[in-house]
Design a protein. Structure first.
Length: 244
C-alpha cells in the first residue's frame, strides 16, 4: 500500500516533511502468485484431490471489477497516478501490533496485487486510495482477522523505521461492514509538535479477495461521515466485483 500515510510515518520518524509529497494509498504488494492448483481440498469420499472454488484466487478481471473508479465516488474526486513504491512496513514495538504496521507496507505476504488506485480532492489535503488483493486458500480471511485481533489490544503503538521511532494512536471507527468481515480504524501520527496526520483505514475480505483503503483527511465529524459513505461505496463495488 504505497501511501501518503506510509510516507508520513517515514517523515515522522526522520523529522522530514519532504516525504509527504507521495500519493495516497496504493502501491505494490507481493508479486508472488500462487501456483496453479496450489490450494486443493481432499475429497475423502472419493479419495481424490479436488480444487475448492471457494479457495481459488480471484482472476485479474474480478480484481479490476472490485476496484472503484471516479464515477463510483462523490463529486470532487479526481484520479491520481499511483507511484511505484517498495517501502517496507515499519516495525511495531509489540508483536501483537505488527499487523497494523503491516497495513503500511508496500507488500502483503502471500498476496497477489490487483487493482490499485489513488484519488485526490481539489484542496490537496484530502486523499483516498484502494488496493485489491487476492490470496490462495484462507489467506484473505487470515489477513483481515489479524488486523482485527491487533485492534483489540493496540490503542497505541510505536513504529520504527530507519532506526527512528514514533508513537501512533489507534482508534476503531464505526462504519458499514464490508464483505464477509471488515475492520476500520484511524491512525493519528504526530510528526512534529502540533502537526498530526490522520488517516482512516479499512481492511476487508470477501472470499479469497481482500481490499485495503486509506482516507487521508484533516479530521472532524464531517470527515468521518464522508469516510463512512466512501466505505459503503467502495465496499459495494468490491463485493460485487469479487462475486462476479
Amino acid at each position: 500500500m504505497s501511501t501518503r500515510l506510509r510516507r508520513g510515518v517515514a517523515a515522522a520518524l526522520t523529522v522530514s516533511a519532504l516525504c509527504f509529497t507521495a500519493a495516497a494509498c496504493g502501491g505494490s504488494s507481493d508479486d508472488k502468485k500462487p501456483a496453479a492448483g496450489q490450494e486443493q481440498s481432499k475429497d475423502k469420499a472419493k479419495g481424490e484431490d479436488k480444487e475448492s472454488p471457494a479457495l481459488t484466487p480471484l482472476t485479474a478481471a474480478q480484481m479490476k471489477a472490485a476496484t472503484v473508479e471516479v464515477k463510483d465516488l462523490p463529486s470532487g474526486w479526481k484520479a491520481g497516478k499511483v507511484p511505484v513504491d517498495n517501502t517496507p512496513a515499519p516495525k511495531a514495538d509489540k508483536p501483537a501490533c505488527q499487523p497494523l504496521a503491516d497495513m503500511m507496507g508496500a507488500k502483503v505476504k502471500g498476496a497477489t496485487k490487483g487493482g490499485d488506485v489513488d484519488f485526490k480532492q481539489a484542496d490537496g489535503k484530502t486523499e483516498l486510495s484502494q488496493q485489491v488483493l487476492t490470496f490462495a486458500g484462507s489467506g484473505a480471511a487470515d489477513f483481515t482477522k489479524a488486523v482485527g485481533t491487533a485492534l483489540d489490544s493496540c490503542s497505541t503503538v510505536s513504529f520504527e523505521m530507519e532506526g527512528e521511532k514514533t508513537a501512533v494512536k489507534i482508534e476503531k471507527l464505526d462504519v458499514p461492514t464490508v464483505g464477509e468481515a471488515s475492520h476500520a480504524f484511524q491512525m493519528s501520527i504526530e510528526f512534529a509538535p502540533g502537526i498530526v496526520i490522520k488517516a482512516d483505514l479499512l481492511v476487508a475480505h470477501q472470499g479469497t479477495g481482500a481490499t485495503r483503503v486509506a482516507y487521508m483527511n484533516e479530521g472532524g465529524a464531517t470527515a468521518q461521515k464522508d469516510f463512512a459513505d466512501l466505505v459503503k461505496r467502495i465496499g459495494d463495488k468490491f463485493v460485487k466485483g469479487v462475486q462476479g
